[in-house]
Design a binder for this molecule. Structure first.
Ligand code: SF4
Length: 324
């Protein structure tokens, strides 16, 4: 078979993802020490959980380390076509990885929707209950995402062992479960050489916490498999750009510190009853208590320097239009 002709976007990305000529091998001593520190840290925190179960994921870490008041609000999350496009597109990409032939994005997305509707989960209940209009909207969003991936991301040969929706789980104690699910992991293991790439796909704006999410995935991969990945990649579908961060001892150490401090905060807030601290930030924009939160409104007024978003007056409430 002729190798595929790459587009300039695919060439650029491939260049960013290539392995360095010298193999990357982390010291065994560093990895063992990191794992021992993680085990000790979780065991210590587990003793303060008083038997409560805790599930640690990237979303949990980001949330508890942001505004603590918002973190403790009741979870009223509901799926919408816009929120569901990610997991539908990921399922379609998973199918594409193993599909024989040359399927179109629409075929992959239709098959993904059909399969997801058949599973037993809240996501599947949402898919199974879609109205015709919501189905059409979700299908359109997901096809756009899958098309961008198929057109801009370099083709991945099976020899690179691609794993879409790659889950990693670790239970350091009987009370704590730590888990991650990367959109795509690529790389064939080779002894202690770091070969794997961990990739997350994003639509919309770039955010600093995307790197932190991937560092958490790298930490978990290191703890579970004892070989760190080599690079962390956030691929922005709308920009056709990848943010690529090499994995280092420093990134893994900072990821461990971050996850331990997230769990400690949760223990303080939910078990030990510490008063939550308000931390205004970008999530104020869609916080349920924002209309009555002085700190949140002041923060939004500060960043809304020309008043166009309706937050220039920290006292007056913005209209619904201004928030949409
Ligand atoms: S508006 Fe902002 S500061 Fe206030 S509770 Fe919500 S997230 Fe926290």
């Amino acid at each position: 078979m002729e190798p595929p002709t790459l587009t300039p976007t695919q060439e650029r990305l491939l260049h960013q993802l290539r392995r360095d000529p010298a193999p990357l091998v982390f010291s065994r001593e560093f990895v063992d020490d990191l794992i021992a520190r993680a085990q000790d840290g979780f065991e210590e925190l587990s003793e303060r959980l008083a038997g409560e179960k805790m599930f640690v994921s990237k979303g949990f870490i980001t949330k508890v380390l942001s505004c603590e008041v918002q973190h403790l609000l009741p979870d009223d999350f509901q799926w919408t076509p816009a929120k569901a496009k990610g997991f539908v597109a990921h399922k379609a990409i998973e199918l594409q990885t193993n599909w024989r032939g040359d399927p179109t994005p629409a075929v992959l997305v239709d098959e993904a929707i059909a399969r997801l509707a058949d599973q037993a989960s809240a996501r599947s209940d949402f898919i199974a209950g879609l109205t015709d209009a919501d189905h059409a909207e979700l299908r359109g969003y997901a096809i756009e995402r899958v098309t961008r991936f198929m057109q801009d991301f370099p083709p991945i040969p099976p020899s690179a062992h691609p794993v879409p929706e790659a889950s990693t789980k670790w239970a350091p104690t009987s009370c704590i479960d730590v888990s991650s699910k990367a959109d795509l992991v690529i790389g064939k293991p080779d002894g202690r050489i770091s070969t794997r790439l961990i990739i997350d796909f994003k639509t919309g704006a770039k955010a600093h916490h995307h790197r932190l999410d991937l560092r958490f995935y790298a930490l978990l991969e290191t703890i579970v498999r004892q070989v760190p990945p080599r690079k962390l990649v956030t691929y922005y579908l709308d920009y056709a750009e990848a943010d690529v961060e090499p994995v280092t001892e420093a990134t893994l150490t900072s990821a461990l510190d971050r996850v331990l401090s997230a769990v400690e905060r949760e223990v303080e807030l939910r078990i030990e009853g510490r008063t939550p601290v308000k931390r205004p930030g970008f999530t104020c924009r869609w916080c349920d208590v924002m209309p009555s939160c002085t700190e949140g409104r002041a923060h939004l007024a500060l960043i809304d320097d020309d008043g166009r978003q309706g937050f220039d007056d920290p006292v007056a409430l913005p209209t619904v239009d201004a928030l949409s």
